[in-house]
Design a protein around this ligand. Structure first.
Ligand code: HEC
Ligand code: HEC
Ligand code: HEC
Ligand code: HEC
Ligand code: HEC
Ligand code: HEC
Ligand code: HEC
Length: 426
C-alpha cells in the first residue's frame, strides 16, 4: 500500500484534490476525501478529481537533507556561511552541553525519529469531540502512520515532522506541498505531562479557526512557513518562500541566535590574536530592548498583537513572555537593566526551581532595613514587598497560567505585577 504524505483514503472511496491558494500558481494536492472538508472548504477551495503522485519512503528520506543526517562538513553548498550545530561544541563545550538538552535544540524532528512515535504504536483512541470517529497510531519502518476512522471512511497519513521538544507537547505535521507551502497540523497533540493525546492547541477554540479539516488544521502559506521558521535555524538557503526540506537547518541552534559561524570558526582556528571573532550576537553588546525584541521574533514581541487586544485578564498573553515583560514596570522603569537573560541562561532550560528567581528579584527589590544580605543596587529605586519581602516572589507576581481551553499548557505570566483578587483568577 502506498500512502501519501497527506491523509489518503485507504478503502477505495472517492478522493478529492484541492487547490491551496498560494503565492505561486496554485498546485493541486490531495488533502482529504472527507465530506466535511468539502463543506468547510467550498468558499476558498476548488475541487477537482486529479489524483496525487504518491511519495515513496525513499523520496521522503531524500528530501530531508540536514534534518535527518549530519550537517555536511564542507557546507550544504559552496560558500555556505553556516557550519551546522555540532562544530561550536569543539571550543564552547559549556554552552553546547547546556544547549543540547534545551528545548531549542530539540524542537523539530522527523516524526519517525521521536520516541513518542514508537510509544504511540498500537494506540487507538476516540476523537475527543466527534462521535463515531477514532484515531489509530502505527509505527512501521521508521514512519508514524496516523489513521482516522469515521463511519464511512478511513484515511491514513504519514506524519512527517514532530514539533516540540516533548517536555510539554508534541504536535505532528505533514507537508502537503513544500512549494506553496501547505502543511497539515494534525488534529491531536501528545501531551507529556498527562501522557495523552488531545486536541492540538489552537484547534480547540470556539469558533474553530478557518481551514480546519477533520484531520487537522491547514494554515495559510505564510503561517505554514513561519511555523517551520520559528522552530528552525534556517528555513531555506536561497531565501525561498517554500519549506526547503533539503537545505533546512532544523531547531534553534547556535547559529540562529549568533549568526552564521563559518568565518568565526575559521578565524578561531587560525589562532591569530588579531582575528576578528565577534559575531552579530555576542555577550553584553545588545541592549535589553534589542534582546527582548530578538527573543520575541519567536516568543512574540509587543509589535505583534495590536495594543487594543492586550487586556489584563487575557491568559493567552502569558504565552508571549516578551510582550508580558515589556508591560511590566520592572522592565519599563529599570532603565535597560532587565532582559530575558537577566533571569535565563539563553543556552539552558529555564530553572524550574522557583526559589532561584528570588535572588534576582531581590537584586532590585532588596529591603532597606539592612536585614537582607544582598547589596542594594544604588541605581534603582528600591521598592520592597510589604507582603513577602524575602521569598516566593514569582508565585505571586509571575503565577503559572493555563493558556489553552484544554488546560494542558501552562506558562508563567511574565507581566510582573500585583495580581488583584478582582481579576479573573488564572
Ligand atoms: C528562532 C525562534 C526562537 C528564538 C529566536 C528564541 N526562541 Fe526560545 N524557544 C523557541 C521554541 C520553538 C521553543 C520551544 C522549544 C521546545 O520545543 O520545547 C523555545 C523555548 C524556549 C524556552 C523554554 C525552554 C524549555 O525547555 O521549556 C526558553 C526559556 C526560551 N525559549 C528562551 C529564549 C530566549 C531567552 C531567547 C532570546 C535570547 C529565545 N528563547 C529566542 C524559539 C525561539
Ligand atoms: C512565531 C513563532 C512560532 C510559530 C509561527 C510557531 N511556533 Fe511553536 N513555538 C514557538 C515558541 C517560542 C515556543 C515555546 C513557547 C511556547 O510553547 O509557546 C513554541 C512551542 C511549540 C510547541 C510546544 C513545545 C513544548 O513541548 O513546550 C509545539 C508542539 C509547537 N510550538 C508547534 C508548532 C507548530 C505545529 C506550529 C505551526 C503550525 C508552530 N509551533 C508555530 C514559536 C512558534
Ligand atoms: C536562543 C538564542 C541562543 C542560542 C540558541 C545560543 N546562544 Fe549563545 N548566547 C545567546 C545570548 C543572548 C548571549 C549573550 C548573553 C549575555 O549577554 O549575557 C549568548 C552568549 C554566548 C557566548 C558568550 C558567553 C560569555 O559570556 O562570554 C558564547 C560563547 C555562546 N553564546 C555560544 C553559543 C553556542 C556554542 C551555542 C550553541 C551550542 C549558542 N551560544 C546558542 C543566545 C543564544
Ligand atoms: C576553533 C574554536 C572555536 C569554534 C569552533 C567556535 N568558536 Fe566561538 N569563540 C572562539 C574564541 C577563541 C572566542 C573568543 C574568546 C571567547 O570569548 O571565548 C570565541 C567567541 C565566541 C563568542 C563571543 C563573540 C563575541 O562577539 O563577543 C560567541 C557568541 C561564540 N564564540 C559563538 C560560537 C558559535 C555559535 C560557534 C559555532 C558556529 C563557535 N563560536 C565556534 C573559538 C571558537
Ligand atoms: C532590574 C531590576 C528589577 C528586577 C530584576 C525586578 N524588578 Fe520589579 N521593579 C523594578 C522597578 C524599577 C520597578 C518600578 C518601581 C517603581 O514603580 O518605582 C518594579 C516594580 C515591581 C512591582 C510593582 C509593579 C506594579 O505594577 O506596581 C512588582 C510587583 C515587582 N517589581 C516584582 C518583581 C519580581 C517578583 C521580580 C523577580 C521575578 C522583580 N520585580 C524583578 C525593577 C526590577
Ligand atoms: C524576572 C525574571 C524573568 C525574566 C526577565 C524573564 N523570565 Fe522567563 N521565566 C521566569 C520564570 C520564573 C519562569 C518559570 C520557571 C518555572 O517555573 O519553571 C520563566 C519561564 C519561561 C519560559 C518557559 C515557559 C513558561 O512561561 O513557563 C519561557 C519560554 C521564558 N521564560 C521565556 C522568557 C523570555 C523570552 C524572556 C524575555 C522576554 C523572559 N523569559 C524573561 C522568569 C523570567
Ligand atoms: C503571597 C503573595 C506575595 C509574595 C510571595 C510576594 N509578593 Fe510582592 N506583593 C504582593 C501584593 C499583594 C502586593 C501589593 C501590596 C499592596 O499594595 O499593599 C505586593 C507588592 C509588591 C511590590 C510593589 C511594592 C510597592 O510599594 O509598590 C513589589 C516591588 C513586590 N511586591 C515585590 C516582591 C518580591 C521581590 C517578592 C519576593 C521577595 C514578593 N513581592 C513576594 C504579594 C506578594
Amino acid at each position: 500500500m502506498t500512502v501519501d504524505p497527506v491523509c489518503q483514503n485507504t478503502e477505495g472511496l472517492d478522493r478529492h484534490s484541492l487547490d491551496v491558494p498560494g503565492p505561486a500558481s496554485p498546485v493541486r494536492v490531495v488533502l482529504a476525501s472527507s465530506v466535511a472538508v468539502v463543506a468547510l472548504a467550498v468558499s476558498w477551495l476548488v475541487y477537482s478529481a486529479k489524483p496525487s503522485r504518491p511519495l515513496s519512503a525513499a523520496d521522503r528520506a531524500g528530501r530531508l537533507l540536514t534534518v535527518d543526517r549530519p550537517f555536511p562538513v564542507e557546507g550544504r553548498f559552496a560558500g555556505d556561511p553556516y557550519v551546522g550545530p555540532k562544530v561550536c561544541a569543539e571550543c564552547h563545550p559549556g554552552e553546547a552541553a547546556l544547549h543540547s538538552r534545551s528545548g531549542h535544540a530539540l524542537t523539530l524532528w522527523p516524526a519517525g525519529r521521536r520516541l513518542v512515535s514508537r510509544r504511540l504504536d498500537g494506540t487507538t483512541i476516540a476523537d475527543p469531540e466527534s462521535p463515531g470517529v477514532s484515531w489509530s497510531y502505527r509505527y512501521r519502518d521508521g514512519h508514524l502512520y496516523i489513521e482516522r476512522r469515521a463511519p464511512n471512511q478511513v484515511e491514513e497519513c504519514i506524519a512527517d515532522y514532530a514539533f516540540g521538544s516533548g517536555r510539554h507537547a508534541t504536535t505532528f505535521v505533514s507537508v502537503i506541498d513544500a512549494e506553496i507551502p501547505a502543511i497539515l497540523e494534525h488534529r491531536l497533540t501528545f501531551f507529556a505531562q498527562e501522557g495523552t493525546l488531545a486536541l492540538t492547541p489552537g484547534q480547540d477554540v470556539r469558533p474553530p479557526p478557518p481551514r480546519l479539516t477533520p484531520n487537522g488544521h491547514v494554515p495559510p502559506p505564510p503561517v505554514a512557513r513561519k511555523c517551520f521558521d520559528c522552530h528552525s535555524t534556517q528555513l531555506s538557503a536561497g531565501g525561498h518562500q517554500r519549506i526547503d526540506e533539503a537545505m533546512m537547518i532544523p531547531n534553534v541552534s547556535c547559529e540562529r541566535c549568533h549568526g552564521p559561524g563559518r568565518a568565526h570558526v575559521a578565524a578561531a582556528r587560525q589562532a591569530d590574536s588579531n582575528a576578528q571573532l565577534a559575531l552579530p550576537l555576542g555577550p553584553g553588546r545588545w541592549t535589553s530592548a534589542e534582546l527582548v525584541r530578538f527573543c520575541g521574533e519567536c516568543h512574540r514581541h509587543p509589535d505583534g498583537p495590536r495594543p487594543a487586544r492586550i487586556r489584563r485578564g487575557d491568559t493567552m498573553l502569558a504565552r508571549f513572555q516578551p510582550i508580558g515583560l515589556s508591560l511590566s514596570r520592572c522592565y519599563g522603569r529599570s532603565e535597560g537593566r532587565l532582559s530575558c537573560v537577566t533571569c535565563h541562561d539563553p543556552h539552558a532550560r529555564p530553572s524550574s526551581n522557583r526559589a532561584e528567581y528570588d535572588t534576582i528579584c531581590l537584586n532590585c527589590h532588596g529591603g532597606r532595613d539592612g536585614s537582607l544580605e544582598l547589596p542594594p543596587n544604588p541605581l534603582l529605586p528600591r521598592v520592597v514587598c510589604s507582603v513577602s519581602p524575602r521569598d516566593r516572589c514569582v508565585d505571586c507576581h509571575m503565577p503559572r497560567v493555563a493558556v489553552d481551553p484544554g488546560q494542558h499548557v501552562r506558562f508563567s505570566d511574565h507581566w510582573i505585577r500585583i495580581h488583584r483578587s478582582e481579576e479573573p483568577s488564572p
